[in-house]
Design a protein around this ligand. Structure first.
Ligand SMILES: [Zn+2]
Length: 404
């Protein structure tokens, strides 16, 4: 497998039938391994001969391997197919305005070691130096996990992923930062960077067990900011300037609270974790100095308080839920997705907030069926952003160099 620090992620053009069949086959093998050719053909709903051709091609490229012989009642015993993820690992990085999280996974996105974190340095050069030091240390510490295939980095902002640059990350104060190449040069590893919402959407595309991922969906990640990834026709929508899907900066109210992007009343300014906590404390936490109590409280703490009977905490969560639903109405009206996935800390309170989110959506969505758009929650303990980061490295390597 050729790896290059400068290889672009070619998501937007990977649309041929052959390529889609390859991706479906790889996903089915990855999620059902070990699997026989006959079962693979059955799951793909295609002829055995077609699958044999495809599998021969994948084996030839070293993406799929034949494993232990399986059990069969009579006749020739089938050999099983699997993706060899042994002795190969991926480093996943989730940059957030306050802390940066790192997880080591195998090539199929499975967590191999506990998640670690360190405070996010605001100056890009200092941040890159700190990140490189951390990753180098981890790779030495986890030598047993095998050769590192690359580093995937999700960024809370707009990214030009082919050039490896952060265009704008409002909550970090980063404008046009060369992020990928300095990390790749220092670590001597391929590095991929991507916007958090788009990376989560990619991981979602990649994660589905049956290969029948909805081809039109929206992924929303609510955290320090609000990331949105839009998938149409099985492709991540990037737009002409890499800002497509930035619903977080569509205003709910032009006279609303100040947003990290410099404008007022953006959806993000109503639903981010900071917005929820600001509502609880009755003051804008973006204004300095922030009281020690406010600086230390997290959304997880707030949810615990709400469950413990703190009416103000519950009210703050429910307001966020309503704004989340209202903004979702705009997303549904603009994109008309088959599903909406939502991840983020606030999802831990989904049992409390779902009716308010649904009511907000119902208030704005234009038709009865749009109001019923399924919402699928992704629990924080699944680390969707880190899985998105891992998918940046693993997904292109699984798709192979022949990706059109
Ligand atoms: Zn904004």
């Amino acid at each position: 497998m050729r790896t290059s620090a400068h290889r672009p992620l070619r998501l937007a053009t990977r649309g041929t039938t052959r390529e889609i069949n390859r991706r479906i086959a790889l996903n089915l093998i990855r999620t059902n391994q070990p699997i026989s050719r006959a079962d693979l053909a059955r799951m793909m709903g295609t002829r055995r001969g077609a699958v044999t051709l495809l599998v021969t091609e994948l084996i030839g490229e070293g993406l799929v391997f034949e494993g232990a012989t399986g059990e069969a009642k009579r006749g020739r015993k089938p050999t099983f197919l699997y993706i060899d993820s042994r002795k190969r690992c991926v480093v996943a990085v989730d940059i957030r305005p306050t802390r940066t999280f790192i997880m080591v996974t195998d090539l199929v996105g499975k967590q191999l070691a506990s998640v670690t974190s360190f405070p996010t340095e605001r100056a890009p050069r200092k941040f890159i130096a700190a990140l490189v030091k951390r990753i180098s240390g981890m790779l030495v510490e986890h030598k047993d996990l095998g050769r590192c295939q690359g580093v995937g980095v999700v960024v809370p902002g707009m990214v030009e992923s082919t050039a490896g640059r952060v265009l704008l990350a409002p909550n970090l104060g980063w404008v046009d930062v060369d992020l990928r190449d300095p990390i790749a040069a220092a670590l001597k590893l391929p590095v991929q960077i991507e916007n958090s919402g788009k990376a989560c959407a990619l991981a979602q595309l990649w994660a589905t067990r049956d290969g029948k991922t909805p081809s039109n969906f929206v992924y929303i990640t609510v955290s320090d900011g609000l990331g949105v990834g839009v998938v149409l026709g099985g492709e991540i929508v990037r737009g002409q300037h890499n800002i497509a899907g930035e619903f977080g900066h569509v205003p709910l109210n032009i006279d609303g609270p100040r947003c990290g992007c410099g404008a007022s009343g953006c959806w993000e300014a109503y639903v981010s974790n900071l917005a929820t906590l600001s509502r609880y404390f009755g003051r804008d936490l973006r204004e300095r100095p922030v009281a020690a109590e406010a600086a230390a409280l997290t959304v997880d703490d707030l949810i615990a308080r709400a469950r413990g009977g703190d009416a103000k905490a519950l009210a703050a969560l429910l307001s966020t839920a309503r704004y989340l639903g209202l903004g979702l109405g705009s997303v549904v009206n603009a994109i008309d997705p088959s599903h909406v996935y939502i991840g983020g800390e606030i999802i831990a309170a989904w049992d409390l907030i779902e009716p308010s989110v649904r009511a907000g959506l119902a208030e704005r969505a234009l038709t009865a069926s749009a109001r019923m758009t399924p919402i699928v929650t992704v629990p924080p303990e699944q680390y969707p952003r880190l899985r998105g980061a891992a998918a940046l490295v693993a997904e292109p390597s699984l798709a192979g160099e022949g990706a059109a």
